[in-house]
Design a protein around this ligand. Structure first.
Ligand SMILES: C=C(OP(=O)(O)O)C(=O)O
Ligand SMILES: [Mg+2]
Length: 566
């Protein structure tokens, strides 16, 4: 039996067989020629057969997929038979280039051409690059890149997942996610929580598990073991029963003694919003607008944006929807806003800062938001990501006012904003703590790096102290005005951890926003403590010498977690 310890990022106990995510396809060497004895005619026939096989495989997957995933797969399947692509590869083969190199180069030039055409065509540019990699894999006889297709359920093991992988991840067959890289705030973690899949990240060595091996995954404990024991199988069966009873949130976030903490959802688009409303979310605490445009090379028009935003607002009539302006950069690059050559993207021009280098995009986005809000019944609040100073907050508020938006706010995810929360909040109406980035910047630990996962947890007492300082700053600002303190919510992944949700409540945050799948677990656990008990647990966590002890001490006082397998 082989065991692996990683970081648990999405609870659940499950057994299943492993499929490894294939490594990306490497570029065939430049100048690679046809092998001795292979005629250009034969090579063209081989290439066409490979392209046909790629087409058929993608088409078959599209036929069983639904929604966005289906559309992506259909478009990519068509590209595999694109005559321009195959003709230009054929020309290169006739001039003596190997089939692999020929399709690689032909793919690059077709992709560039589509890119230059702009608009809808430009969106197809990445499909061509995907297709050429698949054809090269087929020619080499190695597995196609991306999430493996399978009729039978499996546990996906990968180095890490990118936001774009969500489109082709079929939650009906992927049982759990295990990665050797990634941290607790990585996109693998975010994707897993949003799909309700048990997940373990930063589990060093799991890339060595053979395809088809049977494993047990505990997404709360961060544990993976090959060849599950009878006891582990029993735990997995018990979890299946618990998760069924936890499936519903009654739409009322409160402590045992009636202190209200509305539980909101993090969404990336209309589909998530509709699902979140169905799961009882009391509103949206974070609408990640960049997720609507991740694959785009060009700025979406105001009309297009307004339609995307309204579709989310319409899922929550009469309820609060906190929209975040584009947070492009670092882990979420948007080609039309971010410079891919920056040496330190996490410390670079990202989030609100893209307004320094690409002025106008933010104003147009605010125009689209204002229009969508005026046509919907949602209570729309708007916040900017990566605000570092009160001056930035003030400028964002005036841009919002100019667009007719009444409730501007900021994300507090840079330590400087937490440390100066009183002056930052003087400029805007609310703050939302982005604990994913706040942790990354407080601990100077890239949220995407597996080896830094132990540093990169919001259980770090230093991060909890920054949360406390933000709440205190809001109270101080409120007392200066003789009004109530401005709301400070949490929308980072910390809010989805039921034990941490209790601590955050004890620290005084006013709302918790999370993937809708976590609402039931957080709602259930929150109802087992009074506000005073939550405050006591917050003090305990703050006094801990390490993140591990903070988590262990708090969990030991919340036996309900173990009972529910959370
Ligand atoms: C909610 C956050 O934003 P994102 O994960 O999108 O960076 C955060 O940083 O905590
Ligand atoms: Mg962030």
């Amino acid at each position: 039996m082989q065991n692996f310890q990683g970081v648990g990022v999405s609870p659940g106990r499950i057994t299943g067989s492993v499929r490894q995510m294939p490594k990306p396809v490497g570029e065939p060497p430049s100048g690679e020629k046809l092998a001795e004895g292979i005629s250009p005619e034969d090579a063209v026939v081989r290439l066409k057969a490979a392209a046909q096989a790629v087409h058929d495989e993608l088409k078959a997957r599209a036929d069983t997929a639904s929604g966005d995933g289906k559309a992506v797969l259909e478009a990519t399947a068509l590209m595999a038979k694109d005559t321009m692509l195959l003709k230009s590869a054929g020309k290169l083969i006739n001039a003596g280039t190997s089939a692999e190199r020929a399709i690689w180069e032909a793919g690059a030039s077709v992709s560039e051409m589509l890119h230059n055409l702009g608009g809808y065509m430009a969106e197809r540019a990445t499909d061509v690059l995907d297709v050429r990699a698949r054809i090269v894999a087929e020619l080499r006889g190695v597995p196609a890149p991306g999430i493996p297709s399978s009729e039978t359920p499996f546990i996906l093991v990968a180095e890490d997942l990118a936001p774009a992988d969500t489109a082709t991840l079929n939650p009906a067959v992927v049982l759990a996610l295990v990665t050797s890289g990634g941290g607790p705030q990585s996109h693998t973690a975010i994707i897993a929580r949003s799909l309700g899949l048990p997940a373990v990240v930063a589990a060093h060595g799991v890339d060595g598990i053979a395809d088809g091996s049977e494993v047990y995954v505990d997404g709360a404990a961060g544990f993976v073991s090959v060849e599950p024991t009878d006891e582990q199988r029993a735990l997995a069966t018990a979890w299946a029963e618990t998760s069924a009873t936890l499936a519903a949130f009654d739409g009322n976030g409160t402590t045992a003694d009636g202190h209200l903490v509305p539980l909101l959802a993090n969404v990336g688009g209309a589909k998530d919003a509709v699902a979140a409303a169905g799961l009882g979310a009391q509103g949206v605490g974070l609408f990640r607008t960049e997720f609507c445009f991740l694959e785009r090379d060009t700025e979406p028009s105001v009309d297009e944006q307004a339609a995307a935003y309204k579709a989310v607002f319409d899922a929550f009539p009469g309820k609060k929807v906190v929209l975040r302006t584009l947070d492009a950069g670092a882990d979420k690059p948007l080609p039309f806003l971010t410079d891919a050559t920056e040496p330190n993207p996490a410390l670079g021009v990202r989030g609100y800062r893209t307004d320094f280098t690409t002025p106008g995009v933010l104003e147009r986005q605010l125009e689209a938001i204002a229009r969508a809000a005026s046509e919907s019944e949602a209570d729309v609040w708007v916040m900017a990501p990566m605000i570092s100073t009160a001056a930035e907050a003030g400028r964002f508020a005036s841009l919002c006012a100019a667009a007719g938006i009444q409730t501007p706010g900021v994300m507090v995810e840079v330590p400087s904003a937490a440390l100066t929360a009183a002056t930052v909040l003087r400029e805007v109406g609310f703050a939302s703590l982005g604990t994913n980035d706040l942790t990354q910047y407080a601990m100077a630990a890239d949220r995407q790096l597996g080896p830094l996962a132990d540093l990169n947890t919001p259980w770090q007492p230093a991060v909890l102290r920054l949360v406390q300082l933000t709440v205190e700053g809001a109270a101080q600002e409120g007392s200066g005005r003789e009004g109530a303190a401005k709301p400070v919510g949490v929308c980072g992944e910390a809010a989805a951890d039921p034990a941490l949700a209790v601590v955050l409540t004890g620290l005084g945050v006013t709302t918790l926003s999370m993937t809708a799948r976590s609402l039931a677990a957080v709602g259930t656990v929150l109802k087992t403590v009074t506000l005073e008990q939550a405050q006591e647990l917050a003090r305990l966590a703050l006094s801990a010498p390490s993140a591990t002890e903070a988590r262990d001490w708090v969990r030991a006082k919340l036996p309900v977690l173990e009972e529910l397998g959370l």
